[in-house]
Ligand binder design. Structure first.
Ligand code: HAM
Length: 471
């Protein structure tokens, strides 16, 4: 049927047209050719691949935070006598099931577990404490002088629901002290974590509690379950399930519906044996001596099964206390190593700090204080091929002398390089042109006044060190 391309429309429609049955609108169908397999492949190959949900790229704009934390972790761990340890990202999943415990969120919901090619059940580590305990047993570290003190800064993996401050891959800086039970060990660990955060410029409060020995806790749990059952109607759905599965977890539920029931709950501190109570008092005395601010938190029980006696968490002093706001946590785990095959008791204690959360807190602080972008005091500009070649030689000399300068060898025009120097907020730009290469000189330009001085290249290191205040 021929298709009319245009139909003239008039306001006055003829009678015949009015009474005529409505004509079917003919829509010209554009048949799109289906992509063949080669096209499909091409499309699939060029499609942008997104980041996995809950994962995070750490980009250069965060470099200064990561560098500072790496350096500080290294130096504070060394100062307190902790030695570095690295364990594999992959572990037998049983390691965490046995140590963190069935019924905990980490084991029941958050572990990345899969079958290895040879049929073994393995997982990405959700934390390091169990791995460190395994390494201690595997490598016979009980024969070393005790306590064995180790530190780590690594990626952990938990398949939790992502939200602000909660990622599926995140980093922890942690310290573990294995082999000695003494309140001074707990206090030292709290001090290391506290001073790490303090040195980064954060005001921290430590929440602390004692959950006693396994026996203390068993008696307490009987009392707690009785109480929670009597208040079941007032609890959120999750906590109703927790009463039988993991009643201690009810105590740190953040759902406002449960708040009142939790506040009225029996307190574990009243169920501690004399030994555990005295031990806890001594830890607090050490913290008093160290002037570390802490608050007793009777509902702090931590989410992992291996804890005994002292448990603690680190919060920003004026921050909100929420599920995602703990900057770190830790405590004693006196029974864990025997559970993992140690022949004798190996009492232990440790902490881990969540570094993404620390960075988020530092960024908020920088923003609130209106802190400017990082500045780079010296920029190195070059003009002409010969100068560019010599620049690489000079840059290496400067690096060896500990003089760090910014540069951009891909740019050839001086104007473009000066603009970059401005962006970096450079105080001085060093300029090397053809003439300077031939004369063995170099120009130093004061970016604020525009004054330029020409110096002998041999004096460059000395001159820059003076400007940067390096000896
Ligand atoms: P944790 O409380 O499970 O303890 O984790 C410690 C810290 O890691 C948390 O306070 C938080 O800052 C950070 N963190 C945990 N999960 C996430 C996540 N999904 N995203 C971002 N940050 C997270 C432990 O891991 C124990 N191993 C601590 C310990 C060491 N106990 C004794 N020794």
């Amino acid at each position: 049927m021929p298709i009319k391309k245009t139909t003239k429309t008039t306001n006055k429609k003829s009678k015949v047209m009015k009474n005529a049955p409505a004509k079917k609108k003919i829509v010209k169908k554009v048949v799109k050719a289906k992509p063949d397999d080669a096209q499909k492949n091409r499309i699939a190959k060029t499609k942008v691949i997104s980041l996995l949900r809950g994962m995070k790229d750490s980009l250069p704009k965060e470099e200064k935070y990561w560098k500072t934390m790496h350096r500080l972790a290294d130096s504070i761990a060394e100062a307190y006598g902790f030695a570095w340890i690295e364990t594999p990202v992959l572990e037998e999943s049983n390691l965490f099931v046995r140590s963190i415990g069935k019924g905990t969120d980490v084991v029941d919901k958050e572990m990345y577990v899969f079958e290895d090619k040879d049929g073994g059940k393995i997982c990405l580590r959700p934390e390091m404490t169990a791995s460190v305990a395994r390494a201690y047993v595997n490598h016979g570290m009980q024969s070393l002088p005790q306590p064995v003190k180790v530190w780590y800064l690594n990626s952990m993996f938990r398949h939790d629901r992502p939200q602000a401050g909660r990622y599926r891959q995140f980093h922890q800086f942690g310290c573990e002290s294995l082999g000695v039970k003494d309140p001074v060990v707990d206090a030292e660990l709290i001090a290391v974590a506290y001073h790490f955060l303090e040195d980064l410029g954060l005001k921290i409060i430590v929440y602390i509690n004692s959950i006693g020995t396994v026996e203390d806790r068993q008696n307490y749990i009987v009392e707690l379950v009785g109480y929670l059952r009597s208040k079941r109607a007032y609890l959120c759905d999750d906590c109703k399930k927790r009463i039988n599965k993991n009643p201690l977890r009810v105590l740190d539920c953040k759902n406002p519906d449960c708040k009142e029931v939790i506040e009225e709950a029996p307190q574990i501190i009243d169920w501690l044996s004399n030994d555990s109570r005295n031990y806890f008092m001594k830890v607090l005395e050490y913290l008093d001596d160290l002037e570390i601010p802490y608050e007793l938190k009777s509902t702090l029980v931590r989410g992992l099964d291996y804890y005994t006696d002292t448990v603690f968490e680190f919060y920003k002093e004026d921050g909100e206390e929420g599920a995602q706001s703990a900057l770190g946590g830790g405590g004693r785990f006196d029974g864990l190593l025997e559970q993992l095959g140690a022949k004798e008791p190996v009492p232990a204690c440790g902490f881990s700090l969540g570094l993404e959360r620390v960075i988020n807190t530092l960024k908020d602080k920088d923003q609130a204080e209106g802190k400017e972008e990082e500045k780079y005091p010296i920029f190195f500009a070059q003009l002409g091929e010969q100068a560019r070649r010599q620049t690489l030689v000079i840059l290496e000399k400067l690096r060896k002398e500990g003089v760090m300068v910014k540069h951009n060898l891909a740019k050839t025009a001086l104007k473009a390089q000066m603009e970059i120097a401005d962006k970096y907020g450079a105080d001085f730009t060093i300029i090397l042109g053809q003439k300077e290469v031939q004369d063995g000189t170099i120009i130093i330009r004061d970016m604020e006044s525009g004054v330029q001085e020409i110096i002998d290249q041999k004096k460059l290191v000395h001159n820059l060190k003076k400007k940067l205040g390096i000896n």
